[in-house]
Design a protein around this ligand. Structure first.
Ligand code: PMP
Length: 331
């Protein structure tokens, strides 16, 4: 009887939660494209499934990327920093001793083909996932099969781009000696989930995490920049920060626009004294912070530097600034 009741409950909850209703990071419904790359070929998304005995599902032994493709003025999609994302993933593969059969250029081609097959023209998010596919519960990294899967879904703004209320998290950023922050390893995102969960529960949109020695590291899935007296600063990569591709792009954009950009350690109290703060990331794009722990940023008169950089960034990703044409790969 008990088993039947449980089965009925499972049926009911499955009926409410069809396979395609996984949720995106912004809490909205994630609607994956009809096709995915899985097992070395493009297959219907609904056929791209793994077993519950998969090593990476049990232990978080996977590496992922998040890539965006933006609609250009001609109505076609272009992938932003395609090569840079796959280069980062292939480099990080070494951390998990993962063997990747595909080359960087093949992965870019596969992604273009996948986007074409899915036939979308709206702004897209692309999720490549390199995972230990072996059916194994051994606590090791080598001698386990690896697979690379890719799926896509439409994505607008992941976080608000007109002023976020954030808090400094009581959760410490995973340190390089625990789970390498620069690795984009799936298991380490439990750390981000803990921080965001508590921030949301307290009414904030995002969490800022500190390193073990109390310096500013980054947000849950975005790098942070600090503006004071016209100078821009961001924490060094050695402060348990993911080497964000948008972070590097912003440094280039800002320097090209004549700003001074420093990479240096940032104290917690500098967050409260900043003229402006903003987040960067593939998902976050360029997102100004309105307040930290309830203290408004600057004099409350807006975010002039952030707005300037945001405008330049959106022009570049839409293909409207020829200086940054090399950032984009047409689909
Ligand atoms: N930090 C973390 C922890 C992230 O997950 C991300 C998203 N990839 C970023 C920063 C921003 O990196 P990128 O600009 O390469 O998307």
């Amino acid at each position: 009887m008990k088993t039947e009741a449980r089965a009925a409950r499972t049926r009911a909850s499955t009926a409410r939660t069809p396979a395609s209703s996984a949720r995106g990071g912004d809490g909205r419904r994630l609607e994956p494209g009809a096709w995915a790359y899985f097992g070395g070929q493009l297959v219907p998304f609904s056929d791209a499934n793994v077993s519950i005995a998969t090593h990476s599902l049990n232990y978080g032994t996977a590496i992922f990327e998040g890539i965006r493709a933006y609609t250009q003025d001609d109505g076609k999609l272009a992938i932003l920093f395609a090569a840079e994302h796959y280069d980062r993933m292939l480099r990080n593969a070494r951390l998990l001793r993962a063997q990747v059969p595909e080359t960087r250029d093949e992965l870019v081609e596969i992604t273009r083909e996948l986007l074409r097959r899915n036939g979308e023209t709206a702004d897209m998010y692309i999720r490549p996932l390199l995972y230990k596919s072996a059916h194994s519960l051994r606590l090791q990294l080598s001698d386990l099969d690896d697979q690379l899967a890719i799926f896509t879904f439409p994505l607008g703004d992941y976080v608000a781009t007109d002023g976020l209320r954030v808090s400094v998290s009581a959760w410490q950023r995973v340190s390089d000696n625990a789970v390498p922050a620069r690795g984009k390893i799936t298991g380490s995102y439990v750390n981000a989930c803990m921080a965001v969960e508590d921030a949301h529960a307290a009414g904030y949109a995002e969490a800022i995490l500190l390193t073990a020695d109390g310096h500013v590291a980054e947000a849950s899935a975005a790098n942070i920049f600090f503006v004071r007296d016209g100078t821009i600063a961001t924490p060094p990569l050695s402060d348990d920060v993911l080497p964000g591709i948008t972070r590097a792009a912003l440094i280039t954009l800002a320097r090209d626009a004549g700003y001074v950009v420093e990479e240096r350690k940032i104290d917690r109290t500098e967050l409260y004294l900043a003229d402006e703060l903003f987040l960067t990331g593939t998902g976050a794009q360029v997102a100004p912070i309105a307040s930290v722990d309830g203290r408004p940023c600057g004099d409350g008169a807006g975010f002039p530097v952030t707005t300037d950089l945001q405008t330049r960034y959106f022009a570049a990703v839409r293909g409207r600034d020829p200086r940054y044409a090399s950032w984009l790969t047409p689909v």
